[in-house]
Ligand binder design. Structure first.
Ligand code: FAD
Ligand code: DHB
Length: 387
């Protein structure tokens, strides 16, 4: 089997890259370890930056996103029993975010790929990459296949094989947090028009949504939290306690139909490229979820990779490929800093040092009182165009 670009992984990074290459006349084969049903049901992120929406528009896969996605012009920070709105419209010159589930983005991209009748192989196993030849070998439907290519795009997420294949040349930067998120989906009407990020003595909580009748909420918990200890009634009680307001506040409750625990880490490898292998998305970096950057960052990487490959195939210009890693890493570290900042400002580590608790409170008051500080939060949240 032969192609120009072998793409390992059909998450947002791999699928967006495949689509952008298709529109630029570059051939690709996408290899995915899981089944189509699995990747379409996997519940993850939900906030799209404006530039991600623009990218999906350009890719021609945003029709349902515009019908069903919810455009938000601000968020609320809630602490000390009071809510404070961060007004994106006013602070960023009219920018917004769109709330639309990651698995919906993935469904739309898979549908477009299949409609174009381009290769997207699910349930491949034994995937191994050879970065110097370059090629990818794998098993599909019981047959061993060798795919030779010009370039390999390692879009196989944090637990994939591509990063491992070049581990010898990588420097790892990492921070693991002493807490995690317990995330739920519930059949209940959102209790607020916008997302609420709450800092409370019992821990962080986030109120988000997926549609006018489905809410997505998260609670700070411990990384080894046992879901069996969290019957629905306890989850609602804890969420209500953490979202309390001086004037009173009660969430709209409903049936919880999905629960999971997400660990939190910051992780970056440098460089993001070696020989003919280019890492993109979670294969190269992880951010803690506070601020909703993971999927947006994955898509920003592959936009850069797609234009570098376009120039390479159009005119043999290798400069974009050579500067790929450096170019991506500028945004990666900006976003790492923002996600770390949001995480540190909003979570309460067990046994929090009273000095740090005071600093955290001072920081929260500052972003709510100072226009300059609010503007900095807002421009990072909606997504920086250039870094
Ligand atoms: P992925 O989406 O991980 O896609 C990689 C794909 O590669 C997967 O489909 C995987 O099955 C496949 N794969 C792996 N190994 C192989 C192999 N050997 N061969 C072929 N295919 C392979 N971000 C937020 O902003 N907010 C959130 O609330 C949030 N929640 C999250 C919850 C969880 C449980 C996780 C894991 C992540 C969450 N994220 C969140 C992060 C966000 O979802 C990711 O940043 C985003 O999915 C990155 O996209 P990606 O395409 O790089 O990687
Ligand atoms: C969602 C996830 C996030 O990490 C975040 O900061 C905001 C919203 C969500 O899943 O809706």
């Amino acid at each position: 089997m032969e192609t120009q670009v072998a793409i390992v992984g059909a998450g947002p990074a791999g699928l967006v890259l495949a689509r952008l290459l298709e529109l630029r006349g570059v051939s690709s084969v996408v290899l995915e370890a899981r089944s189509r049903e699995y990747v379409e049901q996997r519940v993850r992120a939900g906030v799209l930056e404006q530039r991600t929406v623009d990218c999906l528009d350009e890719a021609g896969v945003s029709e349902r996103l515009h019908e069903e996605g919810m455009v938000h012009h601000g968020i609320e920070l809630r602490f000390g029993g009071v809510g404070h709105r961060i007004d994106f419209n006013a602070l960023t010159g009219g920018k917004s975010i769109t709330v639309y589930g990651q698995q919906e983005v993935v469904k739309d991209l898979i549908a477009a790929r299949l409609e174009s009748e381009l290769p997207l192989l699910f349930e491949v196993s034994d995937v191994a990459v050879d970065v110097s030849r370059p090629s990818v070998s794998f098993t599909h439907e019981g047959r061993s296949v060798e795919l030779s290519c010009d370039v390999i795009a390692g879009c196989d997420g944090f637990h994939g094989v591509c990063r491992e294949a070049i581990a010898d040349v990588l420097t790892v930067y990492e921070r693991v947090y002493p807490f995690a998120w317990l995330g739920i989906l519930a059949r209940s009407k959102p209790s607020s028009e916008e997302l609420i990020y709450a800092n409370h003595a019992r821990g962080f909580a986030l109120h988000s949504m997926r549609s006018p009748s489905v809410t997505r909420s998260y609670l700070q918990c411990s990384p080894d939290e046992d879901l069996d200890d969290w019957p629905d009634a306890r989850i609602w009680e804890e969420l209500n306690a953490r979202f309390e307001l001086d004037g009173g506040f009660a969430l709209n409750e409903g049936e919880i139909f999905e629960k999971g625990v997400t660990p939190m880490r910051s992780f970056v490898v440098e460089p993001m490229q070696h020989e003919k292998l280019f890492l993109a998305g979670d294969a190269a970096h992880i951010v803690p979820p506070t601020g909703a950057k993971g999927m947006n960052l994955a898509i920003a990487d592959v936009e850069i990779l797609a234009s570098a490959l376009e120039s390479f195939y159009a005119s043999g210009d290798t400069s974009g490929l050579e500067s790929y890693s450096e170019h991506c890493l500028r945004r990666v570290w900006r976003v790492q800093h923002f996600s770390y900042f949001m995480t540190s400002m909003l979570h309460r580590p067990d046994g929090q040092d009273p000095f740090e608790a005071k600093l955290q409170h001072a920081q929260l008051e500052y972003v709510c009182r100072s226009e300059a500080a609010a503007k900095s939060l807002a421009e990072n949240y909606v997504g920086l165009h250039e870094v």
